[in-house]
Write a protein that binds this ligand. Structure first.
Ligand code: SF4
Length: 457
């Protein structure tokens, strides 16, 4: 839900009719109980509360996560608050101890001239139509300072359209403090072995198809890869592919990220071994060293070594949130991990028009990395609206192929594989972002071990 809120907040003017309609449709699709208060649905409200508090635990862990969570929660609250009827709004205000009192019609008529003169943007007719609240000055400092409200006897008379700003400010302060407090108590929560893996994965969880089994396996030839990397790779994979071709080597973070992606787009184990070997032996690694060291990790990715777990390609959240690249690494998400100036140069070299680059950099500045990637997709594929919410590099590839092939064979097959995997339950999906399809912490630990084994490279 919060990802949808983020997406729409960037693509539409918040509060506009199109924003509201789109958000309402999306929330309905996701079965989010945004009208639970209006419908007095206790169970739905309970679930909403529980999920909110779980997310607090997961998203209090870093400044970046906290900021993102706050922003989306604020946008969601603004929408839900404005959707309430007058009486429910009053009930809500009392419930959250913001006991602003709506003034009666008589008082409003009495003060109509003053309200009209002191409230910018309201005609006399609007004054008559609007509800006004009597608010203590402490809560209306900003409005008072900006001379946007009528003041009398120590109270501000705030029109309904400005009340949401007060409610949101109040909520922001409280939620921000609560997140800081939760972060402080994290060590004790994390010592609970039942909660720890869940919390670690939740902030970068991914619940879409995991792209581990592809019906198009073997349908891509190694000769096509260079062309595909230009046409259909997201920037993260294009960067890895180029670095591999240039340096004939990738360090372990890059090999994991790119290797699993290649598996996801349909490379067979034999093709993967051939692909990596050809490239590595052009550099400093000889065939013998490759067979003894690197081939093992490739077979491992395909579930042919160790615990024989079939590993899934990394989702965007996993790439963005974990294992940031250091000097000499090419993995990670360029929208998240590249210096903006370098990103700009890279986009220029890929012939992205200046206005598009400006839009992408603006999204990056606002920390909307996946939306920046969506914009990159739109610009490189010459479409106005990407038409899907991007969560996975393999999804990017599949959607690109769908578009470029006019939606023929590959499209059908990738969709099929996606659907089959969407059936997995939410717990499995949550863990799928962390790699093993058969999702368990043992397998996860084994992968960590494998990464460490090759870490020196
Ligand atoms: Fe790759 Fe996802 Fe970043 Fe796009 S948003 S570059 S697909 S990690």
């Amino acid at each position: 839900v919060l990802k949808v809120v983020e997406n729409l907040g960037v693509s539409y003017v918040r509060g506009s009719d199109s924003y509201k309609t789109k958000l309402e449709n999306e929330l309905r699709k996701l079965k989010f109980p945004y009208k639970a208060l209006a419908e007095d649905d206790y169970e739905a409200r309970r679930k909403d509360h529980i999920s909110h508090f779980i997310l607090r635990l997961a998203y209090c862990q870093s400044e970046e996560l906290r900021r993102w969570f706050l922003q989306q929660e604020m946008d969601l609250l603004r929408y839900r608050f404005n959707e309430l009827t007058d009486s429910l709004r009053q009930k809500f205000l009392e419930h959250v101890n913001l006991s602003f009192e709506a003034i009666s019609e008589d008082v409003k008529n009495e003060l109509a001239n003053e309200l009209y003169a002191s409230t910018p943007g309201l005609t006399m007719i609007k004054v008559k139509e609007q509800m006004f609240y009597k608010v203590g000055l402490v809560d209306a400092v900003d409005l008072f300072r900006a001379r946007r409200v009528f003041i009398k006897d120590g109270f501000a008379y705030v029109p309904l359209k400005e009340i949401d700003a007060i409610v949101l400010n109040n909520y922001r302060t409280k939620l921000s403090k609560a997140l800081a407090l939760t972060a402080r108590s994290l060590p004790s929560v994390q010592s609970d072995e039942r909660l720890q893996p869940l919390l670690n994965h939740l902030s970068h969880s991914y619940v879409g198809p995991d792209y581990s089994v592809q019906k198009n396996t073997g349908k891509i030839s190694l000769e096509q890869i260079d062309a595909l990397s230009v046409k259909s790779y997201p920037l993260c994979m294009r960067q890895l592919h180029k670095a591999l071709r240039d340096n004939h080597h990738l360090r372990h973070g890059g090999r994991m990220q790119y290797g699993l992606f290649l598996k996801g787009i349909g490379l067979t184990l034999e093709q993967a071994l051939e692909f990596w070997k050809k490239e590595f032996i052009r550099g400093k690694v000889d065939a013998d060293k490759f067979d003894k060291g690197y081939a093992y990790s490739i077979r491992h990715n395909y579930g042919k070594e160790g615990k024989r777990t079939d590993y899934t390609p990394y989702s965007c959240m996993k790439i963005i949130m974990s294992n940031p690249p250091s000097q000499g690494d090419y993995h990670g998400c360029p929208f998240r991990h590249s210096d903006p100036e370098l990103l700009k140069q890279k986009l220029q070299s890929y012939k992205i028009p200046p206005s598009g680059i400006a839009q992408i950099l603006e999204l990056v500045k606002g920390m909307h990395y996946q939306l920046a990637c969506q914009k990159y997709f739109e610009l490189t594929h010459d479409v106005d609206d990407i038409g899907f919410s991007l969560n996975h590099p393999n999804q990017y590839f599949a959607e690109s192929q769908k578009l470029l092939s006019g939606g023929k064979e590959l499209k059908k097959e990738l969709n099929n594989s996606g659907n089959s995997q969407q059936k997995s339950n939410s717990q499995e999906s949550m863990n799928s972002s962390s790699t093993p399809t058969s999702s368990n912490t043992t397998a996860d630990a084994e992968l960590e071990g494998l990464e460490a084994y090759f870490a020196e490279d």
